[in-house]
Design a binder for this molecule. Structure first.
Ligand code: AMP
Length: 308
């Protein structure tokens, strides 16, 4: 099974306590599609400007990602600038220059409208709705978002939530969106808006899944090599849906595995700037880290004991 990813393609300028890089490859759909491509055939749709370096397109193609439906627009590519302090869970935006993103209207080619697995990476929720309107009943439709859109397009986001299977947000965003500090309560309220489940990304503290019938808490990976957290959420999402598409199994047990796969890919992504770590990542390393997480989070049942 294949995955269709729609979202932003960016040139990011980022400063973390471990370095500073300007105009590097980024964007929600780039991180998500590269992560998904480790597991299944992946197509990427997003806007690039006339200044988008061809070496980035070559990298995406070399990963086997289908970029034939990229939207090439005149003008500069979308740019995002931000920084992180020692709490790397918190991105501080310095600038968001929409550039060609302001004129992007996603047009999914006929041949892709039947895609079974669709990931609407972080982008204007109005564009997410446009894509949903063009698709023919995907098996799994997931959308991600961020505070920028929660602040500016709250009502439209409600409509996206009504129409997707899973909604992804980070812990701060779901608290802000549902106006409660309590994450389980926020998740419950969000599901009432119409989606089947919620995935709450908690950065270095793992991830949570909520549906009406299940709750799963993925442990965090004790990552000591953290250089740039940009794209952690997107690589989590891309790997999550990529693994589900590869296995084509939406059982609860498999969703749990997919969340761990998502955490594994996010944990690799933060080890270097841009896509640099994913560029060198080998399948063997993914399997080893998955096993590592499985081993350190296993515990036995309580034996029968006398209390007091
Ligand atoms: P993440 O760290 O996973 O939340 O996502 C980081 C990526 O999101 C960066 O590479 C940015 O280019 C991209 N990004 C930043 N702001 C926005 C926005 N308002 N809409 C969509 N993507 C964005």
């Amino acid at each position: 099974m294949s995955v269709l990813v729609v979202g932003t393609i960016a040139l990011d300028s980022i400063k973390t306590p471990f370095g500073e890089k300007r105009e590097i490859l980024g964007g929600s759909a780039v991180y998500a599609s590269v992560a998904a491509s480790f597991f299944c055939p992946t197509t990427l749709i997003g806007p690039v400007g006339s200044d988008f370096p061809s070496e980035h397109e070559d990298f995406l193609k070399a990963r086997g990602i289908d970029i034939s439906a990229l939207h090439r627009l005149d003008g500069p590519t979308f740019r995002w600038g931000g920084y992180y302090e020692y709490d790397m869970n918190q991105a501080h935006t310095l600038e968001t220059k929409l550039n060609v993103l302001a004129r992007f209207s996603p047009d999914v080619p006929e041949s892709l409208r039947g895609a079974p697995y669709v990931f609407l990476a972080n982008i204007d929720p109005e564009l997410q709705l446009k894509v949903i309107g063009q698709m023919q009943r995907p098996k799994l439709l997931i959308a991600d978002t961020m505070n920028f859109w929660i602040d500016s397009k709250r009502e439209v986001l409600h409509e996206v939530i009504r129409r997707v299977d899973f909604m992804m947000m980070n812990d701060g965003e779901i608290r802000q969106f549902m106006e409660t500090p309590n994450i389980p309560l926020a998740a419950r309220r969000l599901i009432k808006l119409g989606c089947k489940g919620v995935i709450v990304k908690k950065g270095e503290h793992g991830a949570l899944v909520f549906t009406d019938s299940m709750h799963f808490s993925a442990p965090s990976y004790p990552q000591e090599l953290l250089r740039d957290p940009t794209g952690a959420g997107d690589s989590f999402g891309g790997a999550f849906i990529g693994y589900l598409a590869k296995t084509d199994d939406l059982s609860e047990a498999n969703i749990r595995k997919a969340v761990i796969i998502g955490s594994v890919m996010a944990s690799f992504n933060v080890e270097d700037f841009s896509l640099d770590r994913l560029k060198r990542l080998k399948h063997k390393e993914i399997v080893e880290r998955f096993e590592e997480i499985r081993n350190f989070s296993e515990f036995e049942a309580l034996s029968v004991m006398h209390w007091g």
